[in-house]
Design a binder for this molecule. Structure first.
Ligand code: HEM
Length: 267
């Protein structure tokens, strides 16, 4: 009898002692390393699927159709791929990271006048895809004409553009991250389970993917000024000019793509 009640008393002491670390740490307090998080991609025996955005880990196991193996968004699971949530570059594993170096590039516009200036001065290595289908001689002639008309783009003007565009891009990056964080936080199917401790030694990712480069917004810069002055030399008028037509078609296609993405983001 005595032994029994002693055991029972001991039980009252032992059970909370053993259980407290488990009870005390609610699921929302989980702190995972990147390697631990990697296990939660829906392929484990537990079937758990986690994804992280800006360090915050969400349990998305309720939607295996989207996030489980074979799902359209499986690539986001088991990791913090904040970068790819912004850039939409998820073909390449290097891009599936929380590191954001160079992400501004997604939103920083390409300036047609600077591109034409590059063509004119022979720096054609990284020309924007808009010019891809324009025959070389025609592009050179167009660039020479344009640069002759709009003159130099001063370093001060270029620096002003870079600064303004970087600031606007940083705002857009913030909005995108908040958009997706809110999406997962406000969805009843999902819950926050904790955080992932980023491995700061991870190497910096490569620049944004080509698909993101191709979706960059296009600004006319001084080409727009010329267009205004002349009633439209650039992409609206001159339908008889195939080079300009190409430019226009590309711009329209990009706008359609952007519209589609914007609509999708309202999901
Ligand atoms: C052309 C491109 C895309 C198409 C056609 C597409 C299509 C879809 C469709 C059909 C759904 C399901 C809607 C529903 O039944 O509730 C969906 C959901 C979703 N999409 Fe996309 N999508 C595209 C691009 C993207 C991109 C770029 C991202 C992220 C960067 C994204 C993230 C998501 C997320 C998070 C969901 C919600 C899944 C959930 O309910 O948890 N999609 N998409």
């Amino acid at each position: 009898m005595r032994a029994d009640s002693t055991l029972r008393q001991l039980g009252w002491v032992l059970v909370p002692l053993v259980m407290s670390p488990l009870l005390g740490a609610s699921a929302a307090d989980l702190r995972l390393t990147e390697a631990q998080l990697a296990k939660y991609d829906g392929t484990g025996a537990d079937g758990l699927i986690y994804l992280a955005i800006e360090g915050k880990v969400f349990d998305v196991s309720a939607a295996p159709k989207f996030y489980g193996p074979g799902g359209a968004y499986h690539h986001f699971t088991g990791k913090d791929a904040t970068r790819a949530w912004i850039t939409e570059c998820w073909e390449d594993a290097d891009q599936l990271t929380w590191r954001l170096e160079g992400v501004e590039d997604v939103f920083a516009p390409v300036y047609l006048d600077e591109e034409l200036e590059k063509v004119h001065t022979g720096q054609t290595a990284n020309l924007h895809g808009t010019f891809k289908d324009v025959p070389d001689a025609m592009l050179k002639a167009m660039a020479a004409k344009a640069v002759e008309r709009f003159g130099d783009i001063s370093p001060v003007e270029k620096a002003r553009r870079r600064k303004q565009d970087r600031e606007a891009a940083q705002k857009k990056i913030r909005e995108k991250i908040d958009h997706w964080t809110n999406f997962f936080e406000s969805n009843d199917k999902y819950k926050v389970v904790g955080e992932v401790v980023h491995d700061k030694k991870k190497p910096a990712p490569p620049p944004i993917c080509e698909a993101a480069q191709a979706k960059k917004p296009i600004e006319g810069g001084k080409v727009d000024d010329l267009a205004k002055d002349s009633g439209g030399i650039a992409y609206d008028k001159r339908p008889e000019n195939p080079a300009v037509n190409n430019l226009r078609e590309n711009i329209i296609a990009k706008d359609k793509e952007r519209l589609k993405n914007a609509q999708h983001e309202e999901l």
